[in-house]
Ligand binder design. Sequence first.
Ligand code: HEC
Length: 156
Amino acid sequence: MSMSKFTLAAIVALIAAPAFADDTPTGDAAKGEQIFNRQCATCHVIQDDSGKVLAGRAAHIGPDLWHAMGRQPGTYPNFNYGDSMVAYGKTGVVWGHDNFVEYVQGPTPFLRKALGDNSARGKMAFQLRNATDAEDVYAFLYQYRTPAADAAASSN
Ligand code: HEC
């Protein structure tokens, strides 16, 4: 590798680093798993491509949360999302730390703010009561994040 290519790669890595560092969990994944099992598993499963259930039971009232972190909102195949969630996904975001923690503490207020539309509505009839629980669940779900987000992060 020529020196200039190396320098360019280093600069790209420096620029890319903060975007992913923000998504590193600070919560407790083990506590997050308990919260998931008690509160989220009523509606959500974490089931991989091969059909193996990694967490939860078989609930499909909400979308499968396998690879949810790093995924475009509202895009799990064959799930009947609300229009607001689909619209939110089309704004070019993926689920990560900041939007997840806020969403899960109030889906409809979150979507209204994100879309700048006071008639927006979330279909998820549930919210976590506090930020600590949201951080812990985030740490748990982060273990099942999309590999694409990882590949980008590990290139730093
Ligand atoms: C009462 C059922 C229910 C419960 C309980 C519930 N959810 Fe949901 N969840 C949904 C539904 C329905 C949607 C689809 C929302 C929409 O289309 O607006 C959803 C969407 C989501 C999404 C967006 C996924 C995507 O593919 O874009 C995430 C992330 C999520 N839920 C996380 C959680 C977590 C974490 C918990 C527990 C703390 C939880 N949910 C509890 C029903 C539920």
